[in-house]
Ligand binder design. Structure first.
Ligand code: GLU
Length: 296
């Protein structure tokens, strides 16, 4: 199998040490086996992503000494492709509309991927909405009166997915590997308790992190997804989405998350630890690599 991995940042701020670790881990994994690294800009959230952050990401990665293939895919250029994937899921009857206030919706689907999840069917219960199957004879009037209620999110119904896939649902699995020089392989069953009714689109935006990432990993023939262990539960949802959409499942490597002196994960709030700020303080790429244990 030819090895192709990706680094897929969202341009909602400058890169910090945690991103540097993730990007260098992917870069090294590709280099170790003569494979390829691509860069993907995950900017479907038009309210929080900014072109200047995208430019900053490219600058920071180049400064770190990372090389990637071009052209770089920018997700906001491909909403039509995500709309088709969403329509396909709609046709399968595994989507439902979830109504929330505008603010709740914005917080939910715009947030980091790990903040988007809703407990299974719970969102439906809260909103008073019922799962709507595209397969059913949806009456136009019903849809119009429903949609008049205001903004909504398209959520994946785990229950309907399970009904659709039948016994196969319990057999969903993926291969994972350790991060390191001799990655050991494991087969993992998809755990239903890690699945949730994630947002896959909104009334006005036919995409979400989960939908776009699954679509693009397949389109770009990514063989290995290398990302932080905070996305491990998302991987379980992604494997289900791949099965529903008829897409291949790549191999997954989840790396540990770096923490700051207080033991907290690096996040965009650690402004003083952005690569840009460190660089302005005279820190070199070699210092960064040493600091995050990537200096061999
Ligand atoms: N865009 C996501 C983030 O910045 C990462 C997506 C992924 O690696 O799957 O958190």
């Amino acid at each position: 199998m030819s090895f192709l991995t990706r680094f897929a940042p969202s341009p909602t701020g400058r890169l910090h040490l945690g991103h540097a670790y993730s990007a260098l881990t992917a870069y090294k994994a590709a280099r170790d086996v003569g494979g390829r690294l691509i860069l993907r800009i995950e900017d479907i959230d038009r309210t929080r992503c900014r072109p200047e952050y995208e430019a900053g990401i490219l600058e920071d990665l180049a400064w770190l000494g990372i090389e990637w293939e071009t052209p770089v895919r920018r997700q906001s250029d491909h909403f039509e492709a995500y709309a088709s994937a969403l329509a396909r899921l709609y046709d399968l009857g595994v989507l439902y509309r979830c109504f929330r206030t505008r603010r709740e919706l914005a917080e939910q689907s715009a947030g980091a991927p790990q903040e988007q999840d809703a407990p299974q069917e719970d969102a439906a219960a809260r909103s008073g909405d019922l799962p709507i199957s595209w397969g059913d004879e949806d009456k136009k009037d019903d849809i119009e009166s429903l949609e008049a209620r205001g903004p909504f999110a398209w959520r994946l119904s785990i229950n309907n997915s399970q009904r659709l896939l039948g016994e196969e649902f319990a057999r969903l699995e993926f291969t994972s590997e350790d991060v390191g020089p001799k990655p050991e392989r494991r087969t993992n069953q998809v755990r239903p308790d890690l699945l949730s009714d994630v947002i896959l689109g909104r009334k006005d935006t036919p995409a979400s992190y989960h939908l776009a990432v699954v679509h693009d990993d397949a389109l770009q023939a990514v063989s290995h997804v290398i990302r932080g262990e905070d996305l491990l539960s998302a991987t379980h949802t992604h494997v289900l989405l791949q099965r529903l959409l008829g897409l291949p499942t790549p191999v997954y490597r989840h790396h540990r998350l770096l923490t700051d002196e207080d033991g907290k994960r690096y996040a965009k709030r650690n402004r003083s630890l952005t690569l840009a700020a460190l660089r302005a303080d005279g820190v070199t790429p070699t210092d960064i690599r040493r600091r995050i244990g990537m200096d061999e």
